[in-house]
Write a protein that binds this ligand. Sequence first.
Ligand code: ZN
Length: 363
Amino acid sequence: MRIGEIIQELELWAPPALQESYDNSGLIVGSRDWETDGVLVALDCLESVVDEAITKNIHLIVAHHPIVFGGLKRFNGSSYIERVVMKAIKHDVAIYAIHTNLDNVLWGVNAKIMELLGIQNHSILSPMKGALKKFQVYVPVASVASLEAAVFNAGGGKVSAYEECSFKTEGVGSFKGTEGTTPVIGKVGEREFVEEAKLEFIVPAFAQRAVEKAARTAHPYEEMAYEWLAVENVATQYGAGAVGELAQEMKFDAFLALVKKAFGTTIKYTPAVKETVKRVAVCGGSGSFLLGAAKGSGADVFITADYKYHQFFDADGSLSIFDVGHFESEQFTIDLIADRLSEKFPKFAVLKTEVNTNPIQYY
Ligand SMILES: [Zn+2]
């Protein structure tokens, strides 16, 4: 299969435009035109994972963490990052990273953690700002259906879990083409009046360009009349962290035991502020930046990783912080990605790495 086909599917699921500014998600090594007989999924793309891909004759690694974050100036193998890149290129192994864009969707990294803990109907803890736009376009009445179809196909007209959402009002549009124009309706130099419809759509910001391009292609006029508007709507599907409720309230100690078992690790935590746990906020990986949002959400517990000593004091009697470890909190992201690819490409070999890439050991 062409690597590009697999990437296209991943990017529909977790659009790369949703990644954080510091991130480097996307195709890091290789070409979309390369072919592969399988895909190897990992949390970290270490040299040992590239070796595994070579041994298994796989030419695409999909990893959560990008192996390259900053610029590389030399390729002489003096760092583990350079060695990974050199070896991957030498053996035609492509490396694709799906990192904070998979953190920032409702069905991503945190959804998997919620599933693991038996928390249903979770929502985004800190919705992304400016993630939605409004598109208004004016079109002759006869072209309404084709224009709507074009916008929907390009990812517009989505409101939470609803698709193909639009609003239409009809009226009369007017225009006069000047010299050099070729109006589809009317004559150059004469003002024309046409029965038109104004169509309105909510569009995810990452789909803005695609929607505009598709609308232009579908629109019959030489010049499309349209507006993009900023909206303040909360993007319920895009943003960091997640919050939800346990089906049944649990005693704090019982919940602690449940989390320990689920993640298979030791937990660093701040004491209970309540005897029971019902509402739980999570953020796979380094999530201390979401503490304010977790407190604001009314969570009893905030499960995340990479907490420093002084940051634990910030719990400050509002909730209990559980630090379960970075690798541990994200370990099920491998299943999340592999399951998605297996579902979309059922006849294709989707393998999970056999290498434990956690750099930390516990004594
Ligand atoms: Zn991470």
